[in-house]
Design a protein around this ligand. Structure first.
Ligand SMILES: [Zn+2]
Length: 214
C-alpha cells in the first residue's frame, strides 16, 4: 500500500494518542471502549483510534490512518464516528487534533439541558479555550440530538458551523463531547477545561440556580 504519510509522524501521533488515552480513561471520560481520538498527520489524513479498543490500554497497533473520506490507509477498523473527525479536519487546516469522550459531565448535562444551545459565560476557565481572553465572552456550545446516522450528523454539524461559526466544541445529547485544537496538547487542554465548565453548569442546575440559555 502506498504510504502518503510519514512513518515518523504516525509513530509520534500514535504515542501521543496512547498517552492521552490512558489519562482520559483514568479520568473516567472514556468507559467501556467508548470515545475516539485523532491527530492530523498532514493535509490528507489523520491517525485515529480503531473501533472498540479499551482506551486505557491503547498501543500503536490500535491506531490507524484514515483519509478525509474516512477510508483506512493502514490496517484496522475505523470508529463509527470517523466522519465527525474528518468533517473538522476538512473544514479547517488549523485543526491538528480532535478528541471525543463520553465524560459524565457532557453526557448528563447534554441529556437534561432544555435547549440546543449551552452558553458558558462568567467563568475564568473559559480562557483556557484558544482565542478566549475574558470570562465576559459568551462561549456557545451547540447540542445536537444523538443519532446512529453519523453522515447526517456530520452534515448537520457542518451546516451549523457555516451559520454560527466553528466555536470550540459541541455536545451530542446523552452521548458526549467533541472538541478540537491546533495540536493534541491544546485539544486536551480544551477538553479538560470544558469538563470543568460543564461540571459548573451541571452543579448550578442541581442547585436550582438560573442558567444562561436561549
Ligand atoms: Zn461516542
Amino acid at each position: 500500500m502506498e504510504h502518503p504519510y510519514s512513518d515518523i509522524a504516525f509513530q509520534q501521533a500514535a504515542a501521543d494518542l496512547c498517552r492521552y488515552g490512558k489519562i482520559m480513561y483514568d479520568r473516567n471520560w472514556s468507559p467501556a471502549t467508548s470515545s475516539n481520538y485523532s491527530i492530523r498527520l498532514n493535509d490528507a489524513c489523520c491517525a485515529l483510534t480503531s473501533s472498540g479498543k479499551h482506551k486505557g490500554e491503547l498501543s500503536a497497533a490500535d491506531i490507524l490512518v484514515v483519509d478525509w473520506q474516512g477510508q483506512p490507509l493502514s490496517a484496522g477498523k475505523p470508529s463509527a464516528e470517523t466522519g465527525l473527525h474528518t468533517q473538522l479536519y476538512r473544514r479547517d487546516t488549523n485543526i491538528g487534533a480532535v478528541l471525543h469522550t463520553h465524560s459524565p459531565s457532557a453526557v448528563l448535562l447534554s441529556q437534561i439541558w432544555p435547549s440546543n444551545l449551552l452558553i458558558l459565560q462568567g467563568w475564568e476557565l473559559q480562557k483556557a479555550l484558544t482565542g478566549e481572553s475574558t470570562h465576559l465572552n459568551a462561549v456557545r456550545i451547540p447540542i445536537f440530538d444523538n443519532t446512529q446516522d453519523i453522515e447526517q450528523l456530520a452534515s448537520d454539524v457542518e451546516q451549523h458551523m457555516q451559520q454560527h461559526g466553528q466555536g470550540h466544541a459541541y455536545l451530542i445529547r446523552g452521548h458526549g463531547i467533541y472538541t478540537w485544537g491546533s495540536d493534541i496538547h491544546t485539544c486536551f487542554r480544551h477538553l479538560e477545561a470544558l469538563d470543568h465548565l460543564l461540571q459548573y453548569e451541571l452543579q448550578r442546575r442541581q442547585l436550582g440556580l438560573a442558567t444562561t440559555t436561549e
